[in-house]
Ligand binder design. Structure first.
Ligand SMILES: [Zn+2]
Ligand SMILES: [Zn+2]
Length: 137
C-alpha cells in the first residue's frame, strides 16, 4: 500500500461560490508566508498555502478559472473576480498549484509546517511552529 494509493479528495473555492475547485492528491508543503505580497494581497498578516499536483486538479465552479494577477513575471495569483477572495498561486510551467488553505471547504485537515519570511512577520502574532520540513523550503 503506497502513499499514492491513499490520495484524498479536497474541495474548495471562494466566498461567493463563483470559483470552485476539486483536487485529488496529497498535500504538498503546507506553509504560511509573511512576505510583502502575501500581506498586501490578502489584507492579513500572512497567507496560508498548500500545494497539489496539477494532474489531479480541476476548476469546477460556474466562473471556471480564477482571474490571474502576476506579482512577478511568471508568478500568477488567482482570485475571484466577483468576491475578491484569494484562491491560488501558480507559476508558469509549474507542475503544482498552491491554493490558500482557507479556501478549502475543510481547512482543518491541513496544518502549516513552515513559516516563510519570518523576518517580515508581524510582531503581534506568534510564529508557526517549525516542523521537520523547515530546512527544505
Ligand atoms: Zn467569489
Ligand atoms: Zn508570500
Amino acid at each position: 500500500m503506497s502513499e499514492t494509493n491513499q490520495q484524498q479528495t479536497f474541495t474548495g473555492g471562494c466566498l461567493c461560490g463563483n470559483i470552485r475547485y476539486t483536487v485529488t492528491g496529497n498535500p504538498i508543503a503546507p506553509l504560511v508566508c509573511s512576505c510583502a505580497h502575501c500581506k498586501k494581497l490578502s489584507g492579513g498578516p500572512m497567507t496560508a498555502w498548500v500545494g497539489f499536483l496539477l494532474q489531479g486538479f480541476s476548476w469546477d465552479g460556474p466562473g471556471g478559472e480564477p482571474t490571474w494577477f502576476a506579482t512577478w513575471p511568471g508568478v500568477n495569483r488567482g482570485f475571484c473576480p466577483q468576491c475578491g477572495a484569494r484562491i491560488c498561486a501558480l507559476d508558469d510551467g509549474a507542475s503544482a498549484v498552491f491554493v490558500t488553505i482557507m479556501s478549502l471547504d475543510d481547512h482543518s485537515v491541513v496544518v502549516p509546517e513552515v513559516q516563510r519570511f519570518p523576518e517580515d512577520a508581524v510582531s503581534w502574532l506568534p510564529q508557526v511552529p517549525v516542523g521537520d520540513r523547515a530546512t527544505a523550503v
